[in-house]
Design a protein around this ligand. Structure first.
Ligand code: ITT
Length: 211
């Protein structure tokens, strides 16, 4: 089975590929940068918009991921704005000194300065579009808190400031395999794949019993 990854984010491509490949699924990376207007108000809406835009171009089963960091004490921000939080007026724009990820992190740390409630969770919604009118969603979350100083160099995005619940290390200090086991993306993807597996055994059951 070939699945197109509907994303331009290298971190997501790395993670999705390493989870899908061992299952015999070959991953197709988009050859061009498809611009998707992510105007949805939820991760689910945006995942659908991305899956649809890429599916229309390639016409093969397409997997999109919309995800982000939710911080209750910041009214749920960065949320669906996670990738461009640094540029939002909300909370004040943050200058990009090195990378956008770095600017996003600096803004979160600035806004949380002096706050005791540092709870946060990552959320991912994956959308597998099999045909234009046949698609599935699955959701995964990972609870944790925001540390005061970034640590670690694995992963991407907000990983250096996110410490998952029950861990002493930040997400960026975990190995790739450790992250996949507990991450929002890992949970959403496994849920989707388990459902597909169950569908397959459900559909093959009557045929098997007839032979
Ligand atoms: P595509 O739309 O092309 O998939 P994107 O990076 O713009 O790429 P999103 O709109 O879903 O994707 O934004 C997700 C952002 O949330 C991402 O850029 C990170 O800043 C953050 N994020 C999501 N998952 C993360 C993870 O596992 N670790 C750290 N940060 C993450």
């Amino acid at each position: 089975m070939d699945i197109l990854l509907a994303t331009q984010n290298r971190g997501k491509i790395r993670e999705l590929t390493r989870m899908l490949k061992p299952l015999g699924i070959s991953v197709v990376e988009p050859e061009e940068d498809i611009k998707v207007e992510e105007y949805g108000n939820s991760f689910m809406e945006n995942a659908y918009l991305k899956a649809m835009a890429y599916y229309k171009k390639y016409c093969i089963p397409t997997l999109a991921d919309d995800s982000g960091l939710v911080i209750p004490s910041l009214d749920g921000y960065p949320g669906v704005f996670s990738s461009r939080f640094y540029a939002l007026d909300w909370g004040g724009k943050e200058p990009v000194k090195t990378t956008k990820d770095q600017a996003n992190i600096s803004k979160v740390l600035r806004l949380l300065e002096g706050r005791s409630d540092r709870r946060a969770h990552f959320k991912a919604v994956v959308c597998l579009m099999i045909e234009e009118d046949l698609y599935l969603f699955a959701e995964g979350t990972c609870q944790g808190e925001i540390v005061e100083t970034p640590r670690g160099s694995e992963g991407f995005g907000y990983d250096p400031i996110f410490k998952p619940l029950g861990q002493e290390r930040t997400m960026a200090e975990l190995s790739p395999e450790e992250k996949d086991l507990i991450s929002h993306r890992g949970k959403a993807l496994r849920k989707l794949l388990e459902f597909l597996k169950e569908c397959k055994s459900f559909i093959s059951y009557p045929r098997a019993s007839m032979s």
